[in-house]
Design a protein. Structure first.
Length: 408
């Protein structure tokens, strides 16, 4: 077939996602090698750990999520919750105390602070009240295996390691939307995570596990510095790395229980997240245009509609995307039922491309009912009234041990 120079150039650009896919495949194959993923269990390094839980609202399966931290095969650790006295999760936490009397569990009632990012304001207090130097922070939707703390602690045997985080999967999927989200995380989001690991190392964390030390948190100014910022997990990893320490992607899977049921809920969360990423990393976010293999294959076929072009572009696209999903989801994470979900990859890629486009149409994000714009990495209310509201930074309230009642 005779092509013009412009058509040749377009075909070259349309093949750019395949280069990215090959890099993702190489990164996944290297990460899930024996050296990085399969490891000798930690049997002799057990520094005391404080598990910090900032809680706001009741996540699905909250009891089992919290209880998994109480079932750790680890000699010395505490679990510290920060929760409001009227929070619906409080009875669940109190039941844990009754069911696991052998565990050191404490409840702190409220942060005593006001900030845009309520989770981070709770982390300010949790970090200050933690009894141990090594802290492990996790979201309320997180469920872990019994050797979780052993794996986390083992990474900190190396003095060069200052942070750790984990990949995560869903323990169960009850709808097509949840299967679609899981497929996207394994074949797309984690692929980009492993590419970042390969090219520049991990300089961020994922909210399901954020492990570091109180010394390093104090080293960047404490969580007070992040109270008015989104993406606290990304910031925490970056600020630890900036102090010259390695953030390690740990050889441990954790579980994240889905907190959405509808396609609308999924779109809402993903568009907000992608909008934040665009605001924080505008050029990197725009560069994702060269990673959409399905879209560029469609463009190539539209420019030169022929069986041979369609066979080459769609064939390579499917081969590489299936290989990525197999390496990460089946070979690496050993997820059962992944083959059935691989058929959802083209649908996810189409949805993800639409979410990426939608992120350019928004200049604000909605956080707990208020619209914010991002200025110098900080969330600023879009209304003058909200911007002028005082932000009290009152003293931390007294610690309430597990046998005390919350303040009236």
């Amino acid at each position: 077939m005779l092509l013009t120079a412009a058509e040749y150039a377009l075909f070259v650009v349309a093949a750019a996602p395949f280069v990215y896919y090959l890099l993702a495949i190489y990164s996944a194959a290297r990460f899930f090698s024996t050296e990085h993923w399969k490891h000798t269990p930690n049997t002799d390094y057990f520094p005391p750990i404080s598990c910090l839980k900032p809680v706001k609202g009741l996540d699905p399966d909250a009891y089992e999520n919290f209880a998994s931290f109480c079932r750790q095969d680890y000699p010395d650790y505490e679990i510290v919750f920060c929760v409001d006295s009227n929070d619906p999760a409080l009875p669940i936490i109190e039941s844990l105390i009754r069911d696991f009397p052998e565990r050191q569990i404490r409840i702190l009632y409220g942060s005593g602070r006001t900030a845009v990012n309520d989770k981070v304001s709770r982390l300010v207090r949790l970090t200050a009240e933690a009894r141990h130097e090594l802290v492990v922070i996790s979201d309320g939707d997180t469920r872990v295996q019994s050797d979780y703390l052993r794996t986390v602690a083992g990474a900190f045997r190396d003095p060069k390691v200052g942070g750790g985080t984990c990949l995560y999967v869903s323990p169960k999927e009850t709808s097509l939307v949840q299967q679609l989200q899981s497929t996207g995380m394994i074949s797309d989001f984690f692929a980009s995570t492993l590419v970042a690991w390969q090219l520049d190392g991990i300089k961020f964390m994922l909210g399901q596990t954020m492990a570091t030390t109180k010394k390093l948190i104090a080293g960047f100014g404490g969580f007070e510095r992040l109270e008015d910022r989104p993406a606290d997990d990304l910031w925490l990893g970056r600020l630890v790395a900036e102090q010259g320490y390695e953030v390690k992607l740990l050889p441990q899977l954790v579980y994240a229980v889905a907190d959405f049921q509808s396609f609308r809920d999924l779109l809402y969360k993903r568009v907000r997240w992608m909008t934040v990423m665009r605001m924080m990393r505008p050029w990197g976010h725009f560069g994702l245009v060269f990673t959409w293999g399905l879209v560029w294959s469609l463009i190539a076929v539209a420019v030169y509609p022929s069986v041979s072009v369609a066979a080459v572009y769609f064939g390579i696209y499917l081969l590489l995307r299936i290989t990525m999903a197999w390496l990460i989801g089946i070979h690496g994470m050993q997820q059962k039922g992944m083959w059935k979900k691989i058929a959802l990859i083209p649908l996810w890629d189409a949805v993800a491309f639409g979410i990426w486009l939608a992120s350019f149409a928004r200049n604000t994000i909605r956080w707990r009912g208020i619209d914010y714009k991002l200025q110098n990495g900080m969330l600023v209310p879009t209304t003058q009234k909200s911007a002028n509201e005082p932000r009290p930074k009152g003293p931390r309230s007294l610690v309430h041990e597990v046998d005390e009642k919350p303040p009236a």
